[in-house]
Ligand binder design. Structure first.
Ligand SMILES: Cc1cc2nc3c(=O)[nH]c(=O)nc-3n(C[C@H](O)[C@H](O)[C@H](O)COP(=O)(O)OP(=O)(O)OC[C@H]3O[C@@H](n4cnc5c(N)ncnc54)[C@H](O)[C@@H]3O)c2cc1C
Length: 275
């Protein structure tokens, strides 16, 4: 994840003879990586982040059990941003109007993705998984997590370790789609040991009166629930979409296509091969 140069060191060992002024919008792994590699190549790079810290979703990714090491990626990239003299502007939410006025030669859009929402009326408290990881803990004991991707499963482990009775509902045949096989296996084993229930091929029909009504292969079932946590995947940020066909703007990371920090960091690094 942290070294996209591996095995292709010579490709990245280049200096520009035409330094440009480049603004990076978004300080997640994609934006940090682009800033690092473009500055290393000799461009003048400034990074704008709307939050009060850089790291993007990696700040949430480092919270579940066994994930603290991913936080070191932020520290590693931060050190390089300092080394290559990238100017960082925190608490700067850049809008479409702002960007059109900003005096740079090129812009890198790395504004990431936002959690998707489910359209389902419910009379229990509903939380977003990322907010839960940031500390907005459900108060009830019986927790239904809707969505069994990486975020849903890691949030399940996080809540189960806090003593909650957790059930994961997944519409697909299997949970953990796209997770690296060994990591998925270890995670599922840990969830089993924590007595997390995992229901696949489920369709949620209704959540009311402290119960969740769902169907599996056409058969209806009911489970008691206090709170619901949604983890139904992310959607790319669309703030700057209308600039897609303008050659001065480059889109990288989750805002181009939702994937992972591995892709985001590689995307950012590879941008330095073309600018
Ligand atoms: C719980 C969880 C666990 C994960 N675990 C892993 C894992 O183990 N391995 C892995 O590879 N990936 C993991 N991921 C996915 C990974 O974190 C994301 O794919 C990656 O962070 C995307 O990087 P990005 O830079 O494109 O976007 P983001 O990380 O979303 O960063 C975008 C940044 O842009 C800023 N921004 C947005 N709009 C503006 C604006 N208008 N002006 C200024 N700033 C703006 C945001 O505040 C944010 O800091 C996990 C994600 C989560 C939520």
């Amino acid at each position: 994840m942290i070294n996209p140069e591996v095995g292709r060191e010579n490709e990245f060992d280049i200096k520009t003879d035409k330094p440009l002024n480049i603004a990076i919008i978004g300080g997640g792994p994609a934006g940090m990586s682009a800033a690092k590699y473009l500055a290393k190549k000799g461009h003048n790079v400034e990074l704008y982040e709307k939050d009060n810290k850089i790291g993007g979703q990696l700040n949430a990714a480092k919270i579940p059990p066994h994930k603290d090491e991913i936080g070191r990626v932020i520290e590693y990239l931060k050190r390089d941003l300092k080394k290559y003299k990238v100017k960082i502007h925190l608490n700067k939410n850049i809008t479409l109007n702002d960007i059109k006025e900003m005096p740079y030669d090129k812009f890198v859009i790395a504004t990431g993705s936002k959690p998707g929402k489910i359209v389902l009326e419910m009379d229990v408290n509903s939380y977003n998984a990322i907010d839960v990881l940031y500390g907005n803990l459900p108060r009830g004991n019986d927790i239904a997590i809707i969505g069994g991707g990486l975020t849903g499963l890691e949030t399940a482990e996080y809540l189960a370790k806090k003593g909650k009775n957790v059930t994961v509902f997944e519409a697909k045949d299997e949970v953990g789609e796209g997770i690296f096989p060994m990591i998925r296996k270890l995670l599922l084993n840990r969830l089993k040991n924590l007595n997390v229930n995992i229901f696949t091929k489920t369709v949620i029909k209704e959540i009311s009166g402290g119960k969740i009504l769902y169907s599996v292969n056409g058969a209806y079932k009911v489970l008691k629930v206090d709170d619901v946590v949604t983890a139904v995947g992310n959607l790319p940020d669309k703030e700057f979409t209308e600039l897609t066909n303008d050659g001065r703007y480059y889109f990288i990371g989750d805002c181009k296509s939702v994937a992972s920090a591995v892709e985001a960091i590689r995307d950012g690094a590879e941008l330095s091969l073309i600018i």
